[in-house]
Design a protein around this ligand. Structure first.
Ligand code: NAG
Ligand code: NAG
Ligand code: NAG
Ligand code: NAG
Length: 264
């Protein structure tokens, strides 16, 4: 498993190396990213305030010594991942992350973030392999476009206040090795086969059920429900038609229906 993650990381590294060589300002953008992030979050314990000091920008890789910042190389201001777990941070989802153009991991778990997860998160961080937003108070729906964060290995959204469905398109996330949405307010079908992730990763929601078109048992009973409901609909139509044909006076708007009924 970790072997595969290493492979992916290597491919990403090559991709990003190529990107990086074509734009010299890459690392300035990473500095800008962290500045914007620091300004956009509420930091009651002053952890980012005291550690993320932007005074001496002449030191190579100075951001790599900041709390929670991991760089691709210690002497280069290029963020590999951010580990900002359990720092008491508050406010909305951080801003500026789009400028951390080489970032492959984001961990905001166990803080007090609130509000929605941005719907364009996949455009902000298209190379994420790991996203951990667990144990916050994120609200609203899981963004559909997470499904095209192509290299995503780990998605942890446990213990937030997320509602709506798990987007069916998540079944396209072929590299997912870990997925957890326990303790939210989600409902609807789980878009993965039952063996793929443990049931506890889906526990504590309103109405998640397993699994969309995967389990044969469920598939059969769904099919039957569909058959029954289409038979029901057809029967309803026939009965309605017969009633309308023979007893048009029963209709409140019978006046309007007459010409139609008789033409048939
Ligand atoms: C800034 O960083 C450079 C390189 O590491 C160092 O030589 C210099 O003393 C630092 N200046 C301050 C004010 O910290
Ligand atoms: C986070 O929010 C919870 C509930 O609102 C509160 O009890 C807790 O003290 C907050 N934690 C911090 C570090 O502010
Ligand atoms: C990224 O950095 C550029 C240049 O500093 C800035 O103009 C832009 O607003 C930043 N984008 C975000 C999303 O913060
Ligand atoms: C994600 O999917 C949307 C809709 O299919 C598409 O427009 C967009 O270009 C995709 N983005 C990436 C980064 O693949």
């Amino acid at each position: 498993m970790s072997g595969m993650a290493d492979d992916i990381r290597f491919v990403l590294w090559l991709l990003l190396l190529l990107r990086g060589s074509s734009s010299c300002s890459g690392s300035d953008l990473d500095v800008q990213c962290l500045r914007t992030l620091q300004r956009s979050v509420i930091d009651p314990n002053g952890i980012l305030k005291s550690s993320w000091i932007f005074d001496n920008t002449s030191a190579a890789g100075f951001i790599c010594r900041f709390t929670g910042v991991e760089c691709w190389h210690p002497d280069e201001n290029r963020v590999l991942s951010l580990h900002l777990s359990n720092l008491g941070l508050e406010g909305q989802f951080p801003q500026g992350l789009k400028n951390c153009t080489s970032m492959s991991g984001l961990d905001l778990s166990s803080n007090n973030f609130s509000g929605p997860i941005p719907s364009d998160i996949s455009l902000q961080m298209p190379f994420l392999t790991s996203l951990d937003l667990s144990y916050n108070s994120f609200l609203g729906e899981i963004p559909l476009l997470i499904y095209n964060i192509t290299y995503l290995n780990t998605l942890n959204l446990q213990h937030n206040q997320l509602s709506g469905q798990i987007p069916p398109q998540f079944s396209l996330l072929g590299r997912l090795e870990a997925f957890n949405v326990a303790d939210n307010q989600l409902s609807g079908a789980i878009p993965f086969s039952p063996q793929r992730f443990p049931p506890s990763n889906f526990a504590g929601n309103q109405g998640l059920y397993c699994c969309a078109g995967r389990s044969k048992q469920r598939g059969r009973s769904k099919q039957r429900i569909n058959d029954e409901s289409s038979i029901g609909a057809a029967a309803g139509f026939v009965v309605g038609f017969v009633v309308a044909f023979y007893f048009p006076h029963l209709f409140v708007f019978s006046q309007g229906l007459h010409p139609y009924v008789f033409r048939v």
